[in-house]
Design a protein around this ligand. Structure first.
Ligand code: UDP
Ligand code: MG
Length: 309
C-alpha cells in the first residue's frame, strides 16, 4: 500500500513521549488531507516503549512498528525508517518532540514547490546545556570546513525527503553513518526551513558525550580524508625544519658555537615526532577499522520481528 507521507521517529526509551508524539503527529497529519503513516522504530528500548508502540499500532493502523533486536543507534534507526517507509515523501523526526511536528506542513509546502530535500534549520535551541550548544555549533562548522560535501550548518536529521532521494539513500549501505551528510551528498534540489528547536517534552537526552563523539567521527571519516592528510602535512613541516636545521648546526659547530647541544633538545625532538607518529597511526587505525567493518558486510540492523505489510 502506498501513502503520501511517512513520518519516521527513532525511539530509544521514550515511553513518556510516545503518546504525545502520536497525538501531535496525528493532529498535524490529519490536517494535511493526505494519507500518512507513522513509523516508530524501536531501537532496543528497555523501558516499555516497545510495548507502547505495539499497543498504539493495534489501536491505529497509521502506526507501523519496526522493532530492533537490540540498540543499534539513532543513525541506524533512521536507516530502517528509510528502508520500510512507503510514502512519496519521508519525514524524519525526533521522538522527544524537540522537532515540533507543527513544522511538518512547512516542509511539505516546500516539497510541493518542487524541492526534493527540505531540511529544518535550528535558529534557536531551548533547554539544552551550554556545553551541548557550544560543541554542536563547533561541530557543524568544523564539518562544513573539512568535508567535501556542503552539509548545511545547524541542520539536524529533522527533514523531508522525496521518494527519489530515499531510493538513492537506500542503496547507500555504509556502516558508520551520518544521515544528514548522506542526504546532502545525493544532491537534488535542497532548501532549508528555519525553526525553533524546543526543549525535550520528557525524559533525558540519549546522546551522551561518547555517542556525540562517535557521530562526529562518522561525519569526518565518512566525508573527508583530511585527518589522513594531516600526517603528510606534519611530515613535510618536520622534514622542512630538519633540512634547515642540519646545515645551520654544522655551520655553527664549524664556527665553534655550542648552541643546540645536550639531551634536552634531542629528547624534545624525539618526543614531538614520536607523538605525531602515534597520532597519525591512530588516525590510520580509525580508517582501517572502518574498512574492516565494511568488509565484514554484516546487516546494518536486526529486527526482532518481521514488520507487517
Ligand atoms: N535515539 C535512538 N537510539 C539511540 C539514541 C537516541 O533511536 O541510541 C533516538 C531518541 O529516542 C530520540 C532521537 O534519537 O528520538 C534523538 O535523541 P536525543 O533526543 O536523545 O538526542 P539530542 O536531541 O539530545 O541530541
Ligand atoms: Mg532530543
Amino acid at each position: 500500500m502506498k501513502v503520501d507521507y511517512s513520518i519516521v521517529a527513532p525511539i530509544y526509551n521514550e515511553i513518556e513521549n510516545i503518546p504525545e508524539l502520536y497525538r501531535r503527529v496525528k493532529e498535524v497529519m490529519s490536517a494535511t488531507g493526505g494519507t500518512w503513516e507513522l513509523l516508530l522504530v524501536d531501537d532496543g528500548s528497555t523501558d516499555g516503549s516497545t510495548e507502547a508502540i505495539r499497543a498504539l499500532a493495534m489501536q491505529d493502523e497509521h502506526v507501523r512498528p519496526i522493532i530492533f533486536a537490540r540498540n543499534f543507534g539513532h543513525q541506524i534507526a533512521i536507516t530502517a525508517g528509510w528502508d520500510y517507509a512507503r510514502g512519496d515523501a519521508v519525514i524524519i523526526i525526533d521522538a522527544d518532540l524537540q522537532d515540533p511536528p507543527e513544522v511538518i506542513p512547512e516542509l511539505i509546502a516546500k516539497w510541493k514547490e518542487g524541492y526534493q530535500v527540505v531540511y529544518a534549520v535550528r535558529t534557536e535551541r531551548e533547554g539544552e546545556t551550554w556545553f551541548k550548544k557550544v560543541t554542536a555549533a563547533a561541530f557543524y562548522r568544523l564539518i562544513y570546513r573539512i568535508t567535501d560535501v556542503k552539509i548545511p550548518v545547524d541542520s539536524g536529521d529533522f527533514r523531508l525527503m522525496d521518494r527519489r532521494v530515499v531510493n538513492v539513500l537506500k542503496t547507500m549501505r555504509e556502516r558508520h553513518r551520518f544521515p544528514r551528510g548522506m542526504s546532502a551528498w545525493v544532491g537534488f534540489k535542497q532548501i532549508g526551513v528555519p525553526y525553533k528547536r524546543a526543549a525535550r517534552f520528557a525524559g533525558v537526552t540519549k546522546y551522551p558525550f561518547k555517542k556525540m563523539l562517535k557521530l562526529a567521527l562518522n561525519a569526518i571519516t565518512g566525508f573527508s580524508y583530511f585527518p589522513l592528510q594531516l600526517a603528510t602535512y606534519f611530515g613535510f613541516i618536520s622534514a622542512g625544519i630538519a633540512a634547515l636545521a642540519i646545515p645551520l648546526v654544522i655551520i655553527m659547530r664549524l664556527m665553534g658555537s655550542h648552541f643546540f647541544e645536550g639531551q634536552a633538545t634531542t629528547l624534545i625532538a624525539v618526543l614531538f615526532l614520536g607523538g605525531v607518529q602515534l597520532i597519525s597511526l591512530g588516525v590510520l587505525g580509525e580508517y582501517v577499522g572502518r574498512i574492516y567493518d565494511e568488509a565484514k558486510g554484516r546487516p546494518l540492523y536486526v529486527l526482532s520481528e518481521e514488520p507487517e505489510e
